[in-house]
Structures are given as C-alpha cells and as structure tokens.
Design a protein around this ligand. Structure first.
Ligand code: BES
Ligand code: ZN
Ligand code: ZN
Length: 489
C-alpha cells in the first residue's frame, strides 16, 4: 500500500497529487516547485497554515488534480506537521472517493530535517490517516485508499527501500489498537478479547498463553479476581511472547485490559461512565506492539502480559472495605472499587516477574483521571525511578510524537496508601496527586526489576477527530513501544 517512487509528472498520468506548501519559502525543487508557483499565483492561496487549494489539470503535468495544503512558516516545520499534512491529504482523498494518492515530498536540503525523518513522517501520517472504522454502520461510504505513493528522487528510492514496509507494519499495528479500543464492550468481553488477541498473534507465529478463570483462581490472582467478581463475563490473562534467537534482554510489557469500567460498587456517574469501553487501551497497545514486533523483528525478547477483566456492579461484586490477597501475597484493602486498574496490573506484574524474569518491565494503562487533569488529553504520564529508562521512553515519545512527561514517585507519598487493616490500600487517603499515588501503588509490585509506568488515560482516546486520527481509539503507545524496543535491544 505504501510506496516510494520517482515520478516524472510530465510523462506519467496521476489522479491526485498532494503538495505541502510553506508561506515563506519554496520547499520543493523541479516540477513541484513550478506547480507550487502556479498555486501561489492564485490570490486566495499563500501556503498559510491549513489553507487549501485544488488545481485541476495544471499545465506542465499530466496530473488530474493537485491538492495544495498550507503548512505556515518553514522554520516551524517539524515531523508532526508533516504527518498532519499527509494525514489530511489522505482523508480528503478518501472523502472524495478516490483510490490512490501521490504525495510530493519536499527536498530535505531546504528543511532543517533529515531526509529519513521527512520521508518517515509523511508515510506515517498518510498511513495512519488511511483508516475508517465503520464496522457498526450500514452505510460504508468511505473506503481507505488502495495505494499511497511518496514521490522522491531515484536515489532516495534506493536509500529508503526498507522504510515503507517498516512504517506500514507500525502504522497497521496502531490501527489495529485503534479498532480494538473503538469496539464496544459488548463485543470485547474478556473471553472475546483474549480470542481476538490470540488469533491475531498466532498468525504472526507468536507464542501465546491463556489463563482461564479456574487457572487464575488456582494461581492466586486474588487482586484480579476481586475486580472480576462483579461481572458474569469471566476474566482471562493473555501472554504473547516474541523471542528472537540470541536476545540478551527480556522486556515485559503489561497492559491494563478492563474491557468495561463501570467503577464497581463505587459506580461511575453519568458523564464518566460512557467512554469506559476504552479502559482496555493498555492491553490493546501491548497486543498490537507484540504483533508488530513479530514483523519488525527487534533484538529483544518481548513478553506482553494482558490481564482482561470487566469491572461491574452486582451482588457478587467486591465491596469497598473488603480485604483481598494479591498474587504477590500482599493483602490489599479495597478503598475504592473504581481504582481497579492498579489491582489487575499488580497481579500481572508479579506474575510477569515470577514467570519471565524480565530485565525491564513497562506497564501501560488508562489508570487515572488525575493524570488527564495534570497533562491534558494528548500527553501521557511517565513514572519511573530509572533515569536511563525514562530517557529512552521520553526520547521514543519525542520521536513518534506519542509524548510522555515524567512525573515524580516521591517516597513520602507512600504513606497515603497505608491501611489500618491490610498491607496496603488501593486508594489514597487524599484526593490530590491521584496519578502519583496510583503509580506508587504499582511500584510496590515491581520489586527490584527496572520498571516504568505510562498512564495513557488522556491520549488513549479522542472525542473529536484530528489530522491523522478519527474520533475514537488512538492506538497511542504502539509507535512509541516499537521505537523503544530498538533502544532497549
Ligand atoms: N479507568 C479509570 C481512569 C480513567 C479516567 C481512564 C478517565 C480514562 C479516562 C480508572 O479505573 C479510575 O476509575 N480511576 C479513578 C481512581 C480513583 C478511584 C482513585 C479515577 O481516576 O478517578
Ligand atoms: Zn476505575
Ligand atoms: Zn479503569
């Protein structure tokens, strides 16, 4: 679907060409530069941010339509603006019912960006924008494009020959996670979701393990079972494993998989409950990362652990005040049944540690509303005591624009999780700093394993569509993790 090609616009007939334009500098060479000039000569188009202009059959080419999109000032151009450009161009083409698009790549020597970054960003935006989630609509008008071609020099076609396949694999992983997150909870109960993950993973020859409710009970996953107690949809735990020969490091990725978070007996109110199908986003990110890793083949061994439960309210639900025993043996007083994510993660983390002995463990979870209050809807919270791991995750976030921001894990705040009756409480004694106390709770189950926690409650989902992502699940974390695996290898 993604291709790099050298195209002679004077000789080859093209249906749609998308061209990015800066307002203060010509960023193209050759025919693209001449085309840009034709556009700029038209009064209403200057290349200002978000300005658009379509020319039909412009002179000097055999191109049916050229879609110019303004990027604003050249000095402000970065890979994310290029992703947004190509995402927008693809979305516009889908709306018009077109089947393919050619993207005019600027010359990197006119930009302060490496050609690799430039080409990757354009391909990513286009591929991520080429997605329609219409499974539940009768009317399936919008069809993703069949072909996306980046117009580059013959030299670059050779230099970046392996890039399209890699970018496509990563973006397809992201789209997979988006679809899973957008799927309603009635179609992704823990049992259904475990099958979806395992079937997909088997196709990629990953090793898969499924723990059923009986095995979870026998394995003493007391915290996970306590969350699952209120639902007739029984829990599962899925492990996907990618184990290349000669791997020197094992990374465990743990993903929160609450297929619906009603809050339990501490029932969520209207306004807070409607979007809670997204509470398995962490698990979606981990499963999609493993499936993508099978294609990208990084050097590290990756173990993805996904506890899947539904947090419901019923006569069999766990009560506030109940005391349960976690897989690690630590007793937990349930201060609030809506703080369920940390409970299933605690059991998944101690299981991952005991069974797979990872060198590094990273969990990803839609864990707290407090993190969204702190960092908004586009930036994830990052918690770790390990500076090197923090650096690597921050760098991957920067590179992929799946941004994380490091927050502290202050030792003295651990007091807030004390219980009079059990080893710990799952709820802080104060309402303040909820993202931090949640992370501190998890830290109590990481032991001495290098560990980081990423709170994606904000960026896992968006209510309104953006340049290269429609409303719904965003697949946040898949691109970040794919980049991170190379840094840890
Ligand atoms: N799944 C929620 C967190 C969440 C909130 C995700 C908003 C996505 C968007 C989590 O299980 C939860 O309910 N957390 C509580 C914790 C509190 C009870 C300590 C919260 O954030 O209010
Ligand atoms: Zn909750
Ligand atoms: Zn939750």
């Amino acid at each position: 679907m993604l291709k790099l090609k050298s195209v002679d616009l004077k000789k080859v007939k093209i249906s749609t060409l998308a061209v990015p334009v800066c307002e203060d500098k010509d960023i193209h060479g050759g025919v693209l530069s001449k085309l840009t000039q034709q556009a700029i000569n038209i009064e209403e188009f200057h290349g200002k941010k978000d300005e658009e202009l379509t020319l039909y059959n412009p002179s000097g080419t055999l191109t049916e339509r050229v879609q110019f999109i303004g990027l604003g000032e050249c000095a402000n151009l970065d890979p994310e603006k290029l992703r947004a450009f190509s995402g927008k161009a693809v979305k516009a083409a889908i709306k018009k019912g077109l089947k393919d698009i050619v993207i005019g790549t600027p010359s990197s020597d006119r930009l302060s960006m490496t050609e690799a970054d430039l080409v990757s960003a354009l391909m990513e935006g286009a591929c991520l924008g080429n997605h329609v989630f219409d499974k539940y609509k009768k009317d399936k008008k919008l069809k993703p494009l069949k072909q996306i071609t980046l117009m580059v020099s013959p030299d670059s076609v050779k230099k970046f020959a392996k890039l399209p396949k890699r970018v496509e694999a990563i973006c397809k992983g992201t789209l997979l996670a988006r679809d899973w997150v957008s799927t309603p909870s009635n179609d992704k109960t823990p049992s259904q979701l475990s099958k979806i993950f395992i079937n997909m993973a088997k196709k990629e020859n990953l090793k898969t393990t499924l723990l059923n409710p009986k095995q979870l009970q026998q394995g003493k996953f007391g915290a996970l079972m306590a969350v699952a107690a209120g639902s007739s949809n029984t829990p599962r735990l899925v492990v996907l494993e990618y184990a290349p020969k000669g791997a020197k490091q094992t990374v465990a990725l743990i993903g929160k998989g609450v297929t619906f978070d009603a809050g339990g007996i501490n029932l969520k109110p209207t306004g807070g409950i409607e979007d809670m199908k997204i509470d398995m986003s962490g698990a979606a990110t981990v499963a999609a990362t493993l499936i993508t890793a099978a294609k990208l083949k990084p050097k590290v061994r990756i173990v993805g652990v996904m506890p899947l439960v539904e947090n419901m309210i019923s006569g069999s639900a766990t009560r506030p005040g109940d005391i349960i025993k976690s897989h690690a043996g630590k007793t937990i007083e349930i201060g609030n049944t809506d703080a369920e994510g940390r409970l299933i993660l605690a059991d998944a983390m101690s299981y991952a540690k005991e069974k797979y002995k990872p060198d590094v463990m990273v969990d990803v979870a839609t864990l707290t509303g407090a993190c969204v209050v702190a960092l908004g809807e586009k930036i994830a919270g990052l918690f770790t005591q390990d500076d090197a791991l923090a650096e690597a995750i921050l760098a991957s976030g920067q590179k992929t624009h799946e941004r994380t921001w490091r927050l502290p894990l202050p030792e003295d705040y651990k007091e807030l999780l004390k219980s009079d009756f059990a080893d710990t409480n799952n709820m802080s004694s104060t309402r303040w700093g909820g993202a931090i106390t949640a992370a501190l709770f998890l830290s109590g189950f990481a032991g001495d394993t290098r560990w980081a926690h990423i709170d994606i409650a904000g960026p896992a989902y968006q209510k309104k569509g953006s340049a290269y992502c429609d409303a719904g699940g965003t697949g946040f974390g898949v691109r970040l993790f794919c980049d991170l695996m190379d840094r840890l290898g």
